[in-house]
Design a binder for this molecule. Structure first.
Ligand code: SF4
Length: 485
């Protein structure tokens, strides 16, 4: 089996990762979930739009066998094609299919199409391996570019949807290393699974799907310390710190991390004496609880939105009543038109009477500010709502730590630890990324979804968003009990 460009890129990240991909293609970790599938679909859409920029291009069918694709590409070149899409080349068992190659008087130009809104460092070796195989096939490109979405573009027609970044010099620098690395990968694939220590390569350029197989599931591992991301974890491990117990006494840590260490040592919840005072601003009525779900599309569809811009399309709102019960209001956009004006109006109406509105993380504030820009007629009302927001996550982070938080203050960890009788286990949609993809499906491709499935997905989305605000209600109740204890 030849090595494809995709194989080569995974192998360059980690041989062990490539070995599993090739030897266990059916591994559960490799099956694309709805979020990944949506990313693929959006990437394909961007690729199709990019091709429209090169009229008369010849498309090499990707369903043909690899040798046939190489032959069809050679035939298109011989026939004088000026632009070729998916042009295929193979040398020394290394196969690449190029997004776009263009011919002019200077020679052939290689263009790699990406759906990101800028050229990234990881795109350089990707282009480099293609340029190497083209060159070794006798068609060395005279320039190498990444064609990506233009973050200055705004729907529908402000600026160009695409921008191009020249990476010729950087990609050429990577070319000499390609043949040896490809040979190493091919030899490695013929042998047993190779060893590889964990490190930054497990998260960059992309998070490896096999982390659960390689990383220790140890709550005292340094990567599980609060505020330690992949880079910091790699630095710690390189300096010999693999567990929190290895930290030198002089190590400076944020207060939340120090609290985490106390909690791990005692295997008990740690509560600061300031919790009661931190919750005091919430002793008001009516008290609201707000949560948004959003959509984000590579190619924006609503006015003034940029590629991958995020827009609120759903909210759930609980509000306390004098009798101790809660009023619930919800909204989920319908149809492909701009959802923001109607959503903003319903949001302003729902939250008008609340003295304070609780959110969990600053995400809701960001969305309200974006709504104020998108719906200027409600700017003053949305600014008034912004002024009423209260971030409960900040209180948890500064006042409470439970051993089950595993260094994170996201509701995914905080809720089961502090409100164990409430979970998302009975729901179909259980995270915001899936919710976002499902909302986009309902709004923009509803005609491709059977009616009964549409209704079901809508109910699943409403149930998920409602659970998010109810979880915040219950979390506050629990925090009040903890504070009074
Ligand atoms: S988790 Fe890290 S070491 Fe393990 S396969 Fe993935 S990248 Fe390689």
């Amino acid at each position: 089996m030849p090595l494809t460009k995709t194989d080569f890129m995974f192998g360059s990240q980690c041989h062990r990762l490539l070995w599993w991909r090739r030897h266990e293609p059916d591994a559960s970790e490799l099956q694309p979930d709805r979020v990944l599938q949506d990313l693929f679909d959006q990437g394909n859409h961007v690729g199709q739009l990019a091709r429209e920029r090169f009229p008369d291009g010849v498309l090499i069918p990707s369903r043909a066998s690899r040798p046939d694709r190489v032959q069809l590409t050679a035939a298109a070149i011989d026939a004088g094609a000026r632009a070729i899409f998916e042009g295929a080349f193979m040398v020394d068992n290394l196969f690449v299919a190029t997004d776009v190659i263009l011919r002019d008087d200077a020679g052939w130009h290689l263009i790699e199409v990406k759906s990101s809104s800028k050229a990234k460092e990881e795109h350089v070796p990707d282009a480099g391996v293609q340029a190497y195989v083209m060159g070794a096939s006798g068609l060395a490109p005279v320039s190498i570019e990444v064609m990506h979405l233009n973050k200055a573009f705004q729907h529908p027609d402000v600026g160009d949807l695409f921008a191009r970044t020249d990476v010729t010099a950087e990609a050429r620098q990577r070319m000499p290393e390609v043949p040896d690395e490809a040979a190493r990968q091919l030899a490695m694939l013929d042998g047993p699974i190779p060893p590889r220590a964990i490190g930054l390569h497990c998260d960059e350029p992309r998070a490896c799907p096999f982390k659960e197989r390689c990383w220790p599931q140890d709550e005292r591992h340094i990567a599980n310390l609060y505020n330690v991301g992949p880079k910091k974890a790699a630095q710690y491990m390189a300096s010999g710190v693999h567990r929190v117990d290895d930290l030198p006494p002089s190590q400076k840590l944020p207060d939340a991390a120090k609290r985490q260490l106390r909690s791990l040592d005692t295997n008990a919840i740690v509560v600061e004496p300031g919790l009661r005072a931190a919750l005091a601003p919430l002793d008001v009525s009516p008290l609201g609880f707000l949560d948004f779900e959003t959509v984000s599309r590579a190619v924006p569809v609503w006015p003034a939105m940029a590629p991958w811009g995020m827009a609120a399309a759903q909210f759930s709102y609980h509000e306390s009543r004098a009798d101790g019960t809660y009023l619930h209001v919800e909204h989920l956009a319908e149809g492909p038109e701009d959802a923001r004006p109607i959503l903003a109006q319903r949001l302003v109406d729902a939250t008008r009477n609340a003295k304070t509105v609780v959110m969990y993380s600053s995400f809701e504030r960001t969305q309200i500010r974006a709504l104020a820009k998108a719906v200027p007629s409600l700017e003053a009302e949305l600014q008034a709502l912004d002024a009423k927001l209260f971030d409960l996550l900040a209180v948890v982070r500064e006042q409470v730590y439970h051993p089950a938080f595993r260094g994170s203050f996201s509701l995914k960890y905080v809720l089961p630890a502090l409100v164990p009788d409430l979970s998302y286990n009975d729901l179909v949609i259980v995270n915001g990324m899936v919710a976002s993809v499902e909302i986009a499906r309902l709004l923009f491709v509803a005609d491709r979804i059977p009616l009964e499935e549409r209704d079901r997905v809508r109910q699943d989305l409403l149930a998920y968003c409602k659970r998010d605000t109810w979880a915040t209600v219950r979390l506050l109740e629990t925090l009040r009990v903890i504070a009074s204890d």
